[in-house]
Design a protein around this ligand. Structure first.
Ligand SMILES: [Zn+2]
Length: 279
């Protein structure tokens, strides 16, 4: 069997990224131009061109406003999963607030698609050491897997000692499958090569080699991208210089590079991968 990698889209608006929290108040979200539908459709077209499937971790706030997009994602064979309701980092929440986030987003998505939602990704990979209670709450709320751990050390996120491969997290409430973001071990270093900003800032070959190394090891890699990353024309938010570089650099490269990546490797959704014995 040819190994498949895992493709994921964190479906959120261009103004909802965590780096903009200081600049864009949640109360002002409805005033911003919505671009998530057209941008997600662009990604869905790319996937269709390569007969690839994805898991779409969708922000509940977006799903409520664009239920047709959620239905279209599911109808195209992709998996619908939760990316919380308000896109708040878990590091900023109490356990009860986190429970509200994962419960409400799951209910909204399930109402729209009519099937169980079992996957979760935390905004900005913000399940970090010390927040193990998040795994308990995910299990208690009916989730079967999590894809929030980034096995690197970064300011604000990362679980540096997390295993690099999909693994089971055993808790009192049961077992949660964890599918971490792909990192590429190079000597003593771990290169974050899972997509997103790293896909835009690094040359294409870094991601290619990382996924090729996983393929040689017979392991699936997890790739992620955001709809706004294929939108070079998105309105610019007035932010500090570093945030501007991180958010806006390389946007025009993403669509052609995704085309290359999807031609080079096979990708599928977590649901399909689990159904074919992937884990
Ligand atoms: Zn996000």
């Amino acid at each position: 069997m040819t190994a498949s990698h895992l493709f994921s889209i964190d479906v959120e608006e261009h103004f909802q990224v965590s780096a903009f929290e200081r600049y864009v108040d949640r109360g002002s979200w409805p005033e911003h131009e919505s671009r998530v539908v057209a941008n997600t459709d662009r990604l869905l077209e790319l996937l269709a061109r390569h007969s690839a499937r994805a898991t779409c971790f969708i922000v509940g706030w977006v799903a409520e406003r664009h239920p047709d997009l959620v239905r279209r994602i599911a109808a195209a064979g992709h998996e619908v999963a939760s990316h919380s309701y308000w896109h708040r980092r878990v590091t900023t929440l109490t356990p009860e607030e986190f429970r509200d986030e994962i419960r409400s987003s799951k209910a909204i998505l399930e109402d729209i698609v009519g099937t169980a939602v079992v996957g979760f990704r935390a905004p900005s990979y913000s399940i970090v050491p010390g927040l193990e209670w998040a795994f308990d709450l995910l299990l208690e709320e009916g989730y079967q897997y999590d894809s929030s751990l980034f096995p690197i050390a970064r300011r604000g996120y990362g679980w540096p000692d997390a295993p690099l491969d999909p693994h089971r997290i055993r808790r009192a409430a049961g077992e949660l499958l964890e599918i971490p973001m792909t990192v590429w071990p190079v000597g003593p270093f771990k290169v974050p090569a899972a997509g997103g900003g790293y896909f835009r800032q690094f040359p294409f070959w870094v991601t290619e080699r990382a996924f090729a190394a996983r393929e040689r090891a017979g392991k699936a890699g997890m790739f992620y991208i955001h709809p706004w990353e294929v939108d070079p024309d998105q309105p610019r938010v007035a932010v500090d210089r570093l945030t501007r570089i991180r958010h806006y650099r390389g946007l025009d490269r993403v669509a052609p590079d995704l085309d290359r990546l999807l031609a080079r490797f096979r990708f599928t959704s977590v649901a399909d991968w689990l159904a074919t014995g992937g884990a």
